[in-house]
Design a protein around this ligand. Structure first.
Ligand code: ZN
Length: 69
């Protein structure tokens, strides 16, 4: 028991290290977007097989998910 079951929503900006806030949640596709409270950078997370959130990519725009190249 590490007591971090509810800490899944927390994270730190890869750029400036500031806390992230939830920007968008997609339950259907098991993914979410977090935004940095300081620099506004978006962090794209995906839930893996074990139900853990993994950082997939980081970007300045919020719709990177919708426009896969
Ligand atoms: Zn930041």
């Amino acid at each position: 028991m590490s007591g971090e079951s509810n800490r899944a929503y927390t994270g730190k900006c890869v750029d400036c290290g500031s806390p992230l806030v939830l920007y968008e949640m997609d339950f259907e596709k098991n993914r979410r977007v977090m935004q940095c409270t300081r620099c506004g950078l978006y962090h794209f997370y995906k839930k893996d097989f074990f139900g853990k959130w993994k950082l997939v990519k980081v970007g300045k725009v919020s719709d990177l998910w919708r426009k896969p190249k």
